[in-house]
Design a protein around this ligand. Structure first.
Ligand SMILES: Cc1ncc(COP(=O)(O)O)c(C=O)c1O
Length: 409
């Protein structure tokens, strides 16, 4: 029998989905499962975007230009320039989801064996994308104690070798919800300029900033024009994960020329998706205001409930719709599986993502879980009651206060 590739063997499975069979079994047994494990929002997609799809009228479902249709890129430029990105349509390559923007950015900028530094915990699929591009991920720990703020620049510098080529940040962050401040972004700017690195900025959650906090993109910082590649998506912004529409933005002309060749090799992004994406840019501000208020309430429900539980600690994040919480448990993987397999409260249970899957430092995240607050407030409250009851009876409950910081000493 022929053997699959080494990449195929080493490609990591998604930590977000690996407990799905246990959730399915729990459902077959009649349990209600609250899904806090995955960032699939329940918020309705903007009407204008849906109507654009309903009103579609064409005779040939054709390829579009590899870089995206000119009308969509023009409209997107309007959107980004309202945010002061100061770009032209030529700076955008439309992709099949933010995922493809990340793979194209890696393929374009990085050689096999090159190293990328990523603050961890980080979006787990970066591991998969790095595996596809033969790139080595160098994690740099951030800490729950300070809400997962940007690690010290001196810690980044300790990891820099002659193979280091890029830093990836996700802002606001998935999985931690941390929103990087302008000062942190300025510090990153100095670092990438000093070592001549790319700065890949994953801005999937740009719209989700709370408590009046301000979002800073590296596109707002002058002097980084050759270094920055923004990777974006409509998935979360418009609650349109199934649209599979994203884009890559850069002012670096050499990157644009090479990235276009990767885009040409896969021919084209979807045509209908771009029509929908174009309509989405006209989504009224009121939509985002309502969504933001809702997510702020949900975050408050979740974070308050968690911090009232014995031995639980959860920072209050400034953005996205995730939290990472520390629980008094021996092993997050075991606990999350146990919740589905062996526990129910009033015939309900909760599915969470063990945080271990978001770290690559061995042993990190053992007593942490990631939760997405993508359910309505009533369901979130029920999920929290379930979790509280579960922690009372979980056989692997621990009083020890193991922290990630202690792993470093
Ligand atoms: C941080 C981050 N980047 C990228 C993506 C991929 O988004 P898309 O659905 O556009 O491929 C996700 C999806 O959850 C994400 O959380």
């Amino acid at each position: 029998m022929p053997k699959i590739s080494q990449k195929g063997q080493h490609m990591p499975a998604s930590p977000i989905r690996k407990l799905t069979p246990f959730a399915e079994k729990a459902k077959q047994e009649g349990k209600k499962v609250y899904h806090l494990n995955i960032g699939q929002p329940d918020i309705e997609t903007p009407e204008g975007m849906l109507n654009a799809v309903k009103n579609i009228d064409f005779k040939v479902w054709a390829y579009t230009a590899s870089e995206g249709t000119s009308s969509y890129r023009k409209k997107l430029t309007e959107y980004y320039n309202k945010l002061n990105y100061n770009i032209a349509p030529e700076n955008i390559i439309v992709t099949t989801g933010g995922s493809e923007a990340i793979t194209i950015a890696m393929s374009t900028c990085l050689n096999p064996g090159d190293e990328v530094i990523i603050p961890e915990p980080f979006y787990a699929n970066y591991n998969g994308f790095a595996c596809q591009s033969d790139v080595v991920v160098k994690p740099i720990l951030s800490f729950i104690e300070n809400g997962f703020a940007l690690p010290a620049i001196s810690d980044f510098e300790k990891l820099i070798t002659d193979k280091t080529k890029a830093i990836i940040i996700c802002n606001p962050n998935n999985p931690t919800g941390y929103l990087y401040s302008k000062t942190e972004m300025e510090a990153l700017k100095e670092l990438v300029l000093k070592y001549d690195l790319y700065l890949f900025a994953d801005e999937a959650y740009r719209e989700f900033c709370y408590d009046g906090r301000e979002f800073t993109s590296p596109m707002h910082l002058s002097g980084l024009e050759e270094n920055v590649i923004v990777m974006d998506t409509v998935s979360k912004r418009y609650s349109a994960c199934g649209a599979r529409l994203g884009c890559l933005i850069t002012k670096n002309k050499e990157v644009l020329v090479a990235a276009l060749k990767f885009a040409q090799a896969r021919l084209s992004p979807g045509m209908i998706e771009q029509i929908a994406g174009e309509a989405a840019v006209d989504t009224p501000d009121a939509y985002f205001e309502t969504v933001n208020v809702e997510y702020t309430h949900r975050r408050d429900v979740l974070v308050n409930a968690l911090n009232q539980m014995d031995g639980v600690f959860c920072p209050n994040p400034g953005g996205a719709f995730y939290v990472v919480a520390r629980l008094p448990i021996d092993n997050a993987d075991k606990f999350c599986q146990w919740m589905l397999e062996s526990f129910s409260y009033e015939n309900q249970t909760v599915m969470m993502a063990p945080a271990t899957g978001f770290y690559s430092t061995p042993g990190a995240g053992q007593n942490e879980v990631r939760m997405a607050y993508v359910l309505n407030q009533t369901d979130l409250k029920s999920a929290m009651t379930c979790l509280q009851e579960a922690l009372k009876v979980y056989p692997g409950k621990t009083e020890s206060k193991t922290t990630i910081a202690s792993l470093q000493s």
